[in-house]
Design a protein around this ligand. Structure first.
Ligand code: ATP
Ligand code: MG
Length: 285
């Protein structure tokens, strides 16, 4: 039987969430004795641990069938792969930043400037599109210190909160690419492997769709069911079960976590009692 080989980051920012997503999707791997390749006992998947830089190439060559990697790396490396799913974690952007006291009046600012980056391909493309003639200085690490070190006039680097820029006396002036972790796949997967991939993507969606949802159960006088449903509209038709006590029912529904407390308060006001909240693990729509 065939196995889908998925490359994930060995360590670093995406490792933990990649493993967690796979676990939630029923793909468990024994992480303790991590070898460079390990098979799941619960799903036809084996994991190949790589540096994130190498994942797009491994997938385009077919050394791995799929990979979990930042979209920024996919774009920079330029290998021909498919994007099968966006995974909703590892959010960041790649931005141009300049010393905070400089005046910025648009892309032409960068004419004749030296820009330090680990993303030369994406930067080159942006400069070309904006008709800017600048020098690209490719640096592997600590790009943010280049201006203070006198190695560059500006940087083009990953930003998430912006804290690193501020502490290096820089300000973000152009947000060029928005990125998150993506599931990439080889262009020529066999039918068997495609089937495994489809199942996996389906499971990823179920995990994602359940995020931030709470399952709510309550007892409600029959005469108040309609009022309650105005507060918590159900996804399809609501689940309403009669209780042993006449005149009362049990109402079950799903609500978003960020509105949970206001919903509970409103439900109490219309007469709901015994309100029970549980978390939702998976949701298949
Ligand atoms: P590796 O050792 O695998 O080469 P790395 O040091 O190149 O790892 P990490 O810093 O672990 O890479 O980042 C991996 C990915 O996490 C980035 O490519 C990006 O998609 C995403 N990411 C999200 N937020 C940030 C951030 N604030 N800084 C850097 N990367 C971020
Ligand atoms: Mg890397």
């Amino acid at each position: 039987m065939s196995m889908l080989r998925i490359a994930i980051q060995t360590k670093g920012r995406l490792n933990e969430q990649s493993v967690a997503l796979l676990q939630d999707a029923g793909v468990s791997v024994d992480d303790s004795k991590r070898k460079f390749l390990s098979a799941s006992k619960t799903f036809p998947v084996e994991l190949l641990y790589l540096r994130d830089d190498d994942i797009p190439q491994a997938v385009s060559m077919g050394a791995a069938d799929a990979g979990i990697v930042g979209y920024n790396e996919v774009l920079e490396r330029g290998f021909d792969v498919d994007i099968a799913d966006k995974l909703g974690f590892g959010a960041c952007r790649i931005s141009l930043a300049i010393p905070k006291d400089e005046q910025y009046d648009g892309p032409q600012y960068f004419n004749g400037k030296r820009i330090a980056t680990s993303y030369p391909a994406i930067l080159k493309d942006w400069l070309k599109k904006n008709n800017v003639d600048a020098q690209i200085h490719t640096i592997a690490g600590s790009v943010e210190i280049a201006p203070a070190a006198g190695m560059a006039d500006a940087i083009f680097d990953i930003v998430s909160s912006g804290g690193t820029l501020v502490s290096n006396g820089l300000k973000e002036v152009e947000k060029v690419v928005f990125s998150e972790a993506v599931l990439i796949t080889n262009k020529a997967l066999s039918e068997d492997k495609k089937e495994i991939l489809d199942k996996l993507v389906f499971r990823f969606n179920a995990v994602r769709d359940s995020k931030g949802l709470k399952y709510l159960m309550m007892n409600i006088p029959n005469g108040k069911i309609e009022d309650a449903l105005k507060i918590v509209p159900a996804m399809k038709s609501p689940t309403i079960l009669p209780l042993a006590e006449t005149g009362w029912s049990s109402l079950h529904t799903v609500v978003a976590e960020e509105v949970l407390w206001e919903k509970i308060e409103a439900l109490k006001e219309v007469g709901a009692t015994g309100i029970l909240v549980t978390s939702v693990e998976k949701l298949v729509l």
